[in-house]
Design a protein around this ligand. Structure first.
Ligand code: CDP
Length: 218
């Protein structure tokens, strides 16, 4: 029996991470936040005073990413997020990180029957055969507002206009790059969370995933 794979893609602060965690917990599936791989790559480059846009430097860093780094709170800063979207545009970086993601989906850790992967290109490039594809989105203003609250909750002083501008720059890089740009797969279910809270978004996703799981078999 092939593992049951749920692919969740969408732009920054669309709610895809929260949704992915809740879906994984509810159905007892493994979860991989693939953004952390790009953030870890960027972090390694910045920690060595390197240039995230330099192909060879970024590729070397991507090859050094270790799963043990993925929970490091230092990956959560906006500087790392911006640099992550720079290294993510480099095809050699994406290639270096692909195998780990595919392996996670093919052999979910903990002997689980499946996995939830969230990112930008899971449904289009990493797991094109996923049993369920969700594309989670929201207006840029609502996403900036959510990110602002998140930052303030972590005690980071932030200004709405700056967060909005950073998000616009990152969206443009993620959507505009040639290597696996952020896009909804043609067979993805779109969930627009602009007017939804986390519970309502979860209800929508739950329905879609439960239906696919029933079709997938025991
Ligand atoms: O949490 P947030 O949505 O702000 O960002 P993230 O998911 O941690 O991703 C950080 C950056 O990594 C994104 O802006 C993308 O450029 C890149 N990324 C990617 O290219 N492909 C993925 N599957 C996941 C992230």
């Amino acid at each position: 029996m092939l593992p049951f794979v749920v692919a969740i893609d969408g732009p920054a602060a669309s709610g895809k991470g929260t949704l992915a965690r809740r879906i994984a917990q509810h159905f007892n599936l493994a979860h991989l936040d693939t953004g952390q791989l790009y953030r870890a790559t960027a972090f390694l480059v910045l920690a060595a005073d390197g240039d995230p846009g330099d192909q060879a430097t970024a590729e070397r860093a991507a090859r050094r990413v270790d799963p043990a780094m993925l929970d490091d709170p230092r990956l959560l800063t906006e500087a790392v997020a911006q640099a992550a979207s720079v290294v993510a545009a480099i095809p050699a970086v994406r290639r270096a990180l692909l195998q780990f993601q595919r392996e996670f989906a093919a052999h979910p850790p903990g002997g689980r029957r499946g996995a939830v992967l969230d990112g930008r290109d899971i449904g289009t490039a990493v797991c094109p055969d996923a049993a369920v594809k969700l594309f989670v989105t929201a207006s840029r203003e609502v996403r900036a507002d959510r990110r602002l609250r998140e930052l303030r909750q972590r005690g980071v002083a932030a200004i709405y206009q700056n967060v909005l501008q950073d998000m616009g720059e990152r969206d443009a890089r993620d959507e505009g790059r040639r290597a696996a740009p952020l896009a909804a797969a043609s067979d993805a279910v779109i969930i627009d969370t602009t007017g939804l809270d986390a519970d309502q978004a979860f209800e929508r996703a739950l329905e879609v995933v439960a239906r696919a799981l029933a079709a997938h078999g025991p």
